[in-house]
Design a protein. Structure first.
Length: 101
């Protein structure tokens, strides 16, 4: 007896909703970045759940590739965010228009 798949999908929907609300409400770039990662992990959870429910490995292999892309995104994204915060400690998402050439 395991946990039903609907519970995992409900958890994924709640996590995605929290990430989406955090992305829309917060103006801190670092918090927004974490909300995007939360939404990405919620999508991964739903992929794994459907792979388990359908007895198919395709969902788990998709999650592997999504995690590889997410790792590259974290490296580049955090590098940009850290360089912005070094110049201005109180930078918000509205201040990022200064990155334009």
């Amino acid at each position: 007896m395991g946990v039903p798949g609907a519970w995992y999908l409900t958890l994924a929907a709640v996590l995605f909703g929290v990430g989406a609300v955090g992305l829309l409400i917060r103006r801190n770039v670092l918090i927004m970045f974490m909300c995007v990662e939360l939404m990405l992990n919620a999508a991964n959870l739903s992929f794994v759940t459907f792979a388990r429910m359908l007895n198919d490995i395709a969902g788990q292999s998709t999650v592997f590739f999504v995690l590889v892309v997410a790792a590259a995104e974290v490296v580049v994204g955090l590098g940009i965010i850290v360089s912005i915060f070094r110049r201005r400690a109180a930078a918000t998402a509205d201040d990022l228009h200064s990155l334009k050439g």
